[in-house]
Write a protein that binds this ligand. Structure first.
Ligand code: CTP
Length: 403
């Protein structure tokens, strides 16, 4: 594998004694490694040993002028192509989940745009504690990857889950994260968020979509080396790193942006919640109450919006097109009919009647339906993990087709 720049962060757990071995194994895999420590981690692993192995200053103190002079914490965060936290204590994971920057490691973890891989290590009860589990859930939802912890005899005398994974497993997981430039050369067009259909100058018809699923897909596609264009409807989300974003409001604007970008796209993913109808004649000014007969109320005539996904599918060519389906009730049969009707290659079906999946939450549970009637159930996972599974499937479909 190509040499990559890895920042290895050790925190103060007894498993830190394995960190020099981890450094060596990462170096043997061809990577350039730098180390950083939490303030007390050097009680468990020698700073001098890590400095000798890496040939670079081991950063530990956010406010030390000589350390900051050599490589300041923001440059260190930018330098890394992957950050590994091993061992990751319950305390450091809690700090990461809450965005604390009270020490050098916390600041670097907030500042970095690199993927983060954590190898937790702690007492089994600390691991099982609802606070730790809630922090892990938050971090997973933000795309942090975990390796371990394993089950076995723990340094504290207890038996159970809490052992840091072996350095060889951590190196293998890092390889997976770094090696996947699997969408290099592809151009991915993603739509995300809800549309807003104007009624008048201030009012719209919109829906509950947050855009999280589409943004997670755009982020993951960019991480895999694709050029990504994200056509974003209404959403409060930040643009993922390396992604070109076009903001739109109405379904008609979304259609125009998609059609403009379509010629360059090799993969199209339509995660947006597009309004099916729009007011036929939106008022340019604000509709005033006194202009209406208040007893009668107001009747809006809605007309049908263009079906962007169907239009894209009608000119699909060699592209791989992924649609989404928001369904309640009998999800799979309804979604299979939608797949047929729209003509896409893959349909991701959500059950919108669940509280923990679909609109405006961080998790999703979906069915992946492909042409030919194949149905795969993906259990409740973070939207980032669901995005990975969707893109894994797209890659598989494209490689099978090119064979
Ligand atoms: N879609 C679209 N243009 C529309 C409506 C939907 O491109 N005018 C796309 C969505 O982005 C999604 C898929 O079509 O990828 C299915 O959307 P969904 O709302 O589930 O289905 P509809 O086609 O609107 O059908 P229905 O509302 O009857 O379920």
């Amino acid at each position: 594998m190509e040499a990559r720049r890895i920042l290895l962060i050790a925190t103060s757990g007894i498993a830190a004694y394995k960190v020099p071995d981890l450094v060596r194994q990462l170096q043997r895999a061809g990577h350039e490694v730098r180390c950083a420590l939490t303030p007390t981690a050097s009680r468990f692993v020698s700073r001098l040993a890590l400095q000798t192995l890496t040939g670079a200053t081991v950063r530990q103190d956010l406010f030390d002028p000589s350390e900051e002079g050599e490589i300041d914490h923001i440059r260190l965060a930018d330098w890394a192509e992957l950050v590994i936290v091993a061992p990751a204590t319950a305390n450091t994971l809690a700090g990461m989940a809450h965005g604390l920057a009270e020490n050098l490691v916390g600041a670097v973890l907030l500042a970095t745009e690199a993927p983060v891989l954590a190898a937790p290590a702690m007492n089994v009860n600390m691991w099982n504690h609802p606070a730790t589990q809630a922090n892990l859930e938050t971090l997973r939802g933000r795309g942090v990857r975990f390796v371990g912890p394993g089950v076995g005899e723990l340094a504290c005398g207890w038996e159970g889950q809490g052992r840091m994974s072996d350095p060889s497993e951590i190196v293998a997981e890092a390889g997976l994260l770094l090696g996947s430039q699997s969408l290099a050369g592809e151009t991915v067009l993603v739509t995300a968020g809800g549309t807003a259909e104007p009624i008048d100058a201030v009012r719209t018809i919109t829906n509950r979509s947050s855009g999280k699923m589409g943004f997670a897909l755009a982020e993951e596609a960019a991480r895999r080396g694709a050029r990504v264009c994200l056509v974003a409807g209404l959403t409060a989300l930040e643009t993922p790193a390396g992604v070109k974003r076009l903001d739109v409001e109405s379904a008609l604007e979304m259609r125009n942006a998609v059609m403009q970008e379509l010629p360059d796209a090799t993969i199209v993913i339509k995660a947006a919640a597009v309004a099916d109808f729009r007011p036929e004649f939106p008022e340019e000014a604000k509709i005033k109450k006194e202009s209406l007969d208040s007893q009668e109320g107001i009747t809006l005539k809605l007309v049908t919006n263009p079906d962007i996904l169907a239009e894209v599918c009608a000119q699909k060519g060699d592209r791989t097109v992924v649609g989404f389906a928001a369904e309640s009730g009998d999800v799979v049969p309804a979604a299979l009919r939608k797949l047929e009707r729209k003509g896409c290659d893959l349909l991701v079906a959500n059950d919108i009647s669940r509280d923990d999946a679909g609109f405006n939450v961080d998790t999703n549970a979906v069915y992946l339906l492909s042409r030919g009637g194949e149905v795969e159930e993906v259990p409740l996972l973070s939207k980032h993990e669901v995005a990975r599974q969707i893109l894994d499937r797209v890659e598989k479909m494209r490689s099978e087709r090119s064979r």
